[in-house]
Design a binder for this molecule. Structure first.
Ligand SMILES: CC(C)(COP(=O)(O)OP(=O)(O)OC[C@H]1O[C@@H](n2cnc3c(N)ncnc32)[C@H](O)[C@@H]1OP(=O)(O)O)[C@@H](O)C(=O)NCCC(=O)NCCS
Length: 159
């Protein structure tokens, strides 16, 4: 597996991973066109990459992208579900279905956390539905629950 920085050329792949995150339990609740029309979802990606705010990592196997994790600072007037502050990037992650359970997600997050630290951020946040096993992954990396928004837990890692 190769890990590399996510760029503007990865926009469509990141959108497909955002869709996986919204359909995390395998139920096709959302389509991509529905997501693009939902500002509370699309604000995680629109205009990617915003300079000075966005950073991300793509995992590739045999030159094919199989997962991505990225983060962006959202603002109190247009927050994410995991918003805790304008200076705290909120992360999104998705791994292609056929590549899950092989360590890709953990590798992506480890790299994204290192990138957040190098960029000088003090914290990074996320939002996860309590039934999603991704929460175990986040806890194992040091994220802690700090609140709940819209039925999802907000988790924060102090860097
Ligand atoms: C959550 C997700 C990113 C994890 O990526 P992954 O490559 O499957 O994870 P890994 O193989 O690195 O496993 C890491 C941990 O995830 C958890 N995990 C394992 N299988 C999992 C599964 N099917 N679904 C969710 N989490 C799983 C375990 O705690 C695992 O711990 P371990 O390393 O001790 O075995 C991936 O399953 C996914 O894309 N899920 C759908 C989208 C999603 O839920 N995004 C996050 C929304 S908050």
């Amino acid at each position: 597996m190769l890990l590399r920085p996510a760029t503007g050329a990865d926009f469509d792949f990141l959108a497909s991973m955002l869709l996986e995150a919204y359909n995390w339990d395998g139920q096709p609740r959302f389509t991509l066109s529905a997501l693009t029309a939902m500002d509370e979802a699309w604000r995680y990606l629109d205009g990617w990459p915003r300079s000075g705010s966005d950073f991300g990592v793509v995992a590739e196997v045999n030159e094919r992208p199989v997962g991505a994790a990225w983060a962006r600072c959202l603002t109190s007037d247009r927050p994410g579900y995991g918003y805790v502050g304008d200076d705290v990037p909120e992360l999104s992650i998705g791994v292609s279905r056929d590549a899950r359970g092989q360590g890709v997600g953990r590798a992506l997050l480890t790299e994204l956390i290192a990138a957040a630290r190098s960029a000088g951020y003090e914290r990074i946040s996320l939002s996860v539905e309590p039934a999603n096993r991704a929460a175990d992954l986040y806890r194992s990396l040091g994220f802690v629950e700090v609140g709940r928004t819209g039925g999802s837990d907000t988790m924060v890692l102090t860097l």
